[in-house]
Design a protein around this ligand. Structure first.
Ligand code: PMP
Length: 361
């Protein structure tokens, strides 16, 4: 049997080995029920306890205030690019977007179908290598909400502050850094995230919404895209992604065992520091992100020569470091080091990078 490799994929990405092993041990007969979680009715008592348990654990770990609802939806973060405006824009017909990477650009473009969308800030002038400071946010006092992407998966930058927007609700795509550090949920109107980086297999989308923001959707909004209907049905208007929610519960247990989100943050900062230290001392590798904007989750770099980038990825793959090729929009390399990537994987990659530099300069 081949041993597990270090998978640096941007998502879907590594899950903690403990989670996979527990899921495997419970696969055919969950706690004496005589069936797999995959085979359970979503309305059964046994599944209900798995579902409520995952929700409660998430509420506790993220310290979600009582006036917020936790929703387990489908359609990925990309469907939220439409669901957010369909539900929130009707208030004033306008919204503000900060574009700091390709997913925020996608969110911005999608929202334009539903109202007057303004560009509150963009980092496109420097290939999305930085995060605009508060002083550069041009905020519209009539906006129904302000949208930003907390971590830019492709470019490897991360917001280090929560924008100040006064009374305007903040909507945040946290797909690629959710559960990687503590977050003050009370500063947000809506938080959403696809599950496939830090939470569960692809197919589950988490939404945390301040309840008063639901119930204002355009009349043509499909029921599945109406937050109020999803809240009313407790994410069970139809069949939810049952198995993914179960895996999320196991991942949350693992996060608890790692010291909760404070523990996760320390673990992630230590891992990222190992790779950024190699980049800072390298004469070969060029980091993409400006140092103040560096992501703890996606480390982006290049050699400056395409053939050498290719050689790096090829040799790394042969050594068991997979998926290091950068996104097609940036080229170069990207090491995604989400929660489940162990420190030893990062240290091994750092050693490989140093050895590659020695033999290629
Ligand atoms: N937003 C961000 C920040 C992402 O990283 C991704 C996926 N990589 C998406 C949105 C799109 O997510 P999904 O594939 O779940 O629609």
């Amino acid at each position: 049997e081949k041993t597990r490799i270090y998978n640096f994929a941007a998502g879907p990405s590594m899950l903690p080995l403990e989670v996979l092993e527990r899921a495997s041990s419970e696969m055919t007969n969950y706690k004496g029920s005589g069936m797999s979680v995959m085979e359970m009715s979503h309305r059964s008592k046994i599944y209900d306890s798995i579902f409520q348990d995952a929700k409660e654990k998430l509420k506790k770990i993220l310290q979600v205030p009582d006036e917020y609802k936790i929703l387990f939806l489908q359609g990925g973060a990309t469907l939220q690019f439409a669901m957010v405006p369909m539900n929130l824009i009707p208030k004033t017909g306008r919204a503000d977007y900060a574009v700091t990477g390709n997913f925020s650009e996608n969110a911005f473009k999608e929202a334009k179908k539903y109202g007057e969308i303004r560009l509150a800030a963009t980092s496109a002038d420097k290939k999305h290598s930085y995060i605009p400071p508060q002083s550069q946010l041009a905020l519209d006092a009539e906006a129904s909400y302000f949208h930003y992407t907390a971590n830019n998966t492709v470019y490897g930058t991360e917001w280090k502050y929560v924008p100040e927007t006064g009374n305007i609700p903040i909507v945040c795509d946290m797909s690629s850094n959710i559960l990687s550090k503590p977050v003050d949920v009370s500063k947000y109107g809506v938080i959403y995230a696809g599950a496939q980086k830090n939470m569960a297999p692809a197919g589950l989308t988490l939404v945390i919404i301040r309840e008063d923001l639901a119930g204002h959707a355009f009349p043509y909004t499909p029921v599945m895209l109406d937050y109020a209907a999803m809240i009313k049905g407790d994410s069970m208007y139809n069949t939810p992604p049952c198995y993914n929610i179960y895996i999320l519960g196991l991942v949350l247990d693992w996060i608890e065992s790692m010291g909760g989100l404070a523990g996760m943050k320390a673990h992630n900062e230590a891992k990222a520091a190992v790779l950024y230290d190699v980049l800072d001392h390298s004469k070969l590798f060029i980091p993409h992100a400006e140092s103040e904007a560096r992501s703890l989750m996606n480390v982006t770099f290049r050699t400056g020569r395409e053939e050498l980038d290719e050689k790096f990825v090829k040799e790394a793959t042969a050594k068991g470091f997979s998926n290091l090729k950068g996104h097609r929009a940036t080229g170069g390399m990207r090491a995604s080091i989400y929660n489940a990537m162990p420190m030893e994987g990062v240290r091994a990659l750092a050693e490989f990078m140093k050895a590659f530099e020695q033999s290629n300069s």
